[in-house]
Design a protein around this ligand. Structure first.
Ligand code: ATP
Ligand code: ZN
Length: 284
């Protein structure tokens, strides 16, 4: 049995649960109302916590693994291993100053009071750059601190920057880029390590599949050589004869980000009836 800590309710919750679902792991509906839920078809239990408590619970071994923002992992400085970057809940932690300030370089942060809920990350950054500033720790609504005279600058999460703008602030230094990560107790028991490997294998198959599309098309036989060159596929494309003499059906896999380029080349080379379909799981 492996225990996974995920955020009880907040920005990470839905995507974390989705990841489990796509890995074929079923939890009972409404299970989030309880603290701990056992999965029905995998030796896994889910522990629902506030995101701030996840690194500690994994470091202590209360949970074996967890899904949490890299920003929280870095701030809490607990001994946990980062196993995977999960690609969602992307944001950055940045320093922002009032928009009327002429900001040319970091040394201007000297002597300022900076409000933040991430004092540890900020302290490291300031030390690294030999900046002497006062860290003013507050737990929420950091962005209003300069407006009410509580600080001269802030250090906080930014995703689009619109919160900063509406508070008369501008972003001047990006300190870390964050996304959701999977963390684990550093010395997992063998049995738990195997369960984690199984889980990661499944999650990677889903993530890989999202980057690719399955493509089917019809082509005249004399164009097959060119089309095979445009469509490399996993090994090579599948080619099957059509009932119509002189034509074949070609099946392959293409990268989602190359999709339009490839379609244009295929059309220019005589492909017809092109179908592109999503892939659910991909195991290489
Ligand atoms: P909790 O009640 O669990 O303590 P919280 O209010 O601290 O929740 P959320 O706002 O749900 O946390 O954010 C959780 C994580 O999502 C953050 O630590 C960060 O990694 C990421 N995140 C936060 N804000 C944004 C944003 N605007 N865009 C994208 N990701 C974000
Ligand atoms: Zn939190």
């Amino acid at each position: 049995m492996i225990t996974m800590a995920i955020q009880k309710s907040g920005r990470l919750s839905e995507k974390s649960l989705n990841l489990l679902k796509e890995a074929g792991i079923h939890l009972d509906n409404g299970s989030q109302k309880r603290l701990l839920t056992r999965a029905r078809n995998f030796p896994l239990q889910v522990l629902y916590l506030r995101d701030d408590d996840i690194p500690e619970s994994v470091a202590d071994g209360v949970a074996d693994i967890g899904i949490v923002g890299l920003n929280v992992v870095e701030e809490k400085e607990k001994p946990v291993k980062i196993v995977d970057r999960l690609g969602f809940a992307r944001c950055r932690l940045s320093i922002a100053v009032p928009k009327q300030m002429d900001y040319a370089n970091r040394q201007q942060l000297n002597g300022l009071r900076i409000a933040t809920s991430y004092p540890n990350i900020l302290r490291k950054f300031l030390q690294q750059h030999n900046i002497e500033a006062t860290i003013h720790e507050i737990s929420g609504s950091v962005e209003v601190a300069p407006g009410i005279g509580m600080s001269d600058a802030i250090f906080d999460i930014v995703s689009t920057g619109s919160t900063l703008i509406s508070n008369g602030l501008k972003e001047v230094e990006t300190v870390i880029e964050s996304e959701a990560v999977m963390i684990a107790t550093p010395d997992l028991a063998e049995e738990k390590q195997q369960l984690l490997d199984k889980l990661r294998f499944r999650m990677q198959a889903v993530r890989k599949a999202e980057q690719f599309r399955y493509i089917l098309l019809n082509a005249p036989n004399e164009k097959l050589e060119t089309i095979t060159r445009i469509l490399p596929g996993m090994k090579s494309p599948t080619i099957m004869p059509l009932a119509t003499e002189g034509w074949s059906s070609v099946h392959s896999v293409i990268r989602e980000d190359e999709f339009w380029d490839i379609i244009e080349q295929l059309k220019a080379n005589g492909a017809q009836g092109i179908l592109v379909v999503p892939i659910e799981k991909m195991i290489l």
